[in-house]
Design a protein around this ligand. Structure first.
Ligand SMILES: [Zn+2]
Length: 127
């Protein structure tokens, strides 16, 4: 094992307080949140079970070490799908964000916070 890899090799968590592996060396049952999502899973309230550390030249300003937290796939739960009522509430909230309080139209885009009204109304107000 190279020196750079040995630096992040700490499966017992003695050095880093969390079980730690170098890039691509974590055991297969530990996945990142992104990997869980791709598998249709969520952490399900479990604590972080470990981490992957790796050096990145692009992150030199932040010490050059990046971290990815890992969750145990055996404790993961299926992703929750929004219920019909939740989806209806979201659709309503989004419609409100697209509706201009001036001309009361659903303009088809989310209104700018700065203007607070649709672009047409803002243009008219400016003229
Ligand atoms: Zn308007």
């Amino acid at each position: 094992m190279s020196r750079i890899r040995a630096r992040f090799w700490d499966p017992t968590g003695q050095r880093y307080a969390l079980p730690t592996w170098p890039w691509r060396m974590a055991p297969p049952h530990l996945l990142t949140r992104r990997q869980l999502t791709a598998a249709g899973l969520r952490p399900g309230g479990q604590d972080v079970q470990g981490q992957v550390l790796w050096s990145s030249r692009r992150y030199r300003a932040r010490g050059g070490v990046r971290v990815a937290f890992l969750y145990d796939v055996r404790l993961a739960l299926p992703k929750r799908a929004a219920t019909v009522r939740q989806r209806a509430a979201l659709a309503k909230a989004n419609a409100t964000r697209r509706t201009c309080p001036e001309c009361l139209r659903d303009v088809g885009y989310v209104l700018s916070h700065r203007l607070g009204i649709c672009n047409d109304c803002a243009e008219q107000a400016a003229a």
